[in-house]
Design a protein around this ligand. Structure first.
Ligand SMILES: *Cc1c(COP(=O)(O)O)cnc(C)c1O
Length: 362
């Protein structure tokens, strides 16, 4: 069988070694005589496992002791509601940075519960590329409230590498598609959240990293399953968690740790993105519309100059073993999601195919 590369945006590629481990242990997990799919979340063996998983996660992301880590239900979209709902007593008019589809979706959801102050930070450069204003120029309110932003817009392929530093603000970040791809300074944030299905593991679990002092005086009249206090007190086991997703996520964390942690991961990710953008810059046959300081390392988007060749590109790329390259329906074009688990060889294969396709049709 020839090698297949999965460029899907999420659920996305998982490390091959993790999948093999899951396969090997599927019928008898940890000598429990049960499959991981059958293990009780109240069993000692699983509770111990979750503690180890949390420890590894804390270690690779360098999460300080004064932060809690919650493993939640409901995906990133669940957090779009959970954040305004938990804070509803304190913050009526939070700031929401609009950098693209997902950050704007979070603001739209928040409108059900509060009055978000939506701040557009997208600009066009002279040569018509999308760029994001430096955080210094963000027109944030002077109020003491939270500020929500999304450091990686998965659909457009826009990444904000600058970490917002605001006194008087609780910075909340939707890190769904960039968490674990590079080092971040957790101290700068009040809440970081991320669904699993991009860089963490299988869909079904959502990680929330929250500074302890934010857990006081929250609104309690909200669905229990979104209530940060209850989730913290129950150690993320208020109800039955997604055992399998939690377990596989733990294997992914270990995989990162064994590779050498986020220093190494970041280096590899930089290299993968660099060769792909460099190639895109070198040709007029494919166009990327994001200015270079905001080009996402995780989701590389481009259009074919000749738009009616897009479907042909997608068909032929699959014959080449390259799957999941179709851009999001609101943008069209091509999107190559090159998360942590995508080997550099996958990116090289994509470039090779793109060159071949250009030669044939350019
Ligand atoms: C994928 C994604 C979401 C949506 O995640 P769900 O788990 O499907 O709700 C939200 N925000 C960002 C940045 C994403 O990449």
């Amino acid at each position: 069988m020839s090698i297949i590369y999965n460029f899907n945006p999420g659920p996305a590629i998982l490390p091959q070694s993790v999948l093999l481990k899951v396969k090997k242990n599927l019928l008898n997990w940890n000598n429990s005589n049960f499959s991981i799919l059958e293990v009780s979340h109240r069993s000692k063996i699983f509770i111990e496992k979750t503690m180890q998983i949390e420890k590894t996660f804390r270690n690779i992301l360098n999460i300080p002791e004064n932060y809690n880590i919650l493993f939640c239900h409901g995906g990133a979209r669940g957090q779009f509601s959970a954040i305004p709902l938990n804070f509803i007593k304190k913050f009526i008019k939070p700031d929401y940075i609009n950098s693209g589809y997902w950050s704007l979706s979070a603001a739209e959801e928040a409108k059900k519960y509060c009055r978000p102050n939506i701040i557009n930070v997208r600009k066009l450069t002279k040569n018509k590329k999308i760029c994001i204003q430096s955080t210094k120029y963000w027109k944030i309110s002077s109020k003491n409230t939270y500020l929500h932003y999304c450091p990686n817009e998965t659909i457009e392929g826009i990444e904000i590498f600058e970490e917002p530093e605001f006194y008087n603000k609780i910075v909340v970040g939707d890190f769904s598609s960039t968490i674990l791809s590079r080092k971040i300074d957790i101290k700068k944030y009040g809440i970081i959240y991320a669904c699993a299905q991009k860089n963490i593991g299988p869909a079904g679990i959502t990680v929330v990293i929250i500074r302890n002092n934010l857990l006081f005086n929250l609104n309690n009249k909200i669905p229990s399953i979104l209530n940060y206090n209850l989730l913290m007190q129950s150690k993320s086991m208020l109800n039955t968690p997604s055992i399998f997703s939690w377990y596989v996520s733990g294997l992914v964390f270990k995989w990162i740790k064994n590779l050498g942690g986020l220093n190494i991961i970041e280096k590899i990710n930089k290299k993968k993105a660099k060769i792909l953008y460099k190639y895109l810059d070198s040709t007029d046959f494919y166009n990327n519309y994001i200015s270079s300081p905001n080009q996402s390392r995780m989701n590389v988007t481009f259009h074919l100059q000749e738009k009616n060749l897009t479907n042909m590109f997608l068909e032929q790329s699959e014959k080449y073993g390259l799957f999941g390259l179709k851009g999001h329906s609101i943008l069209g074009g091509i999107r190559a999601s090159i998360y942590n688990a995508m080997p550099i060889q996958g990116v090289k294969s994509l470039i090779k195919f793109m060159k071949f396709f250009e030669k044939k049709f350019g």
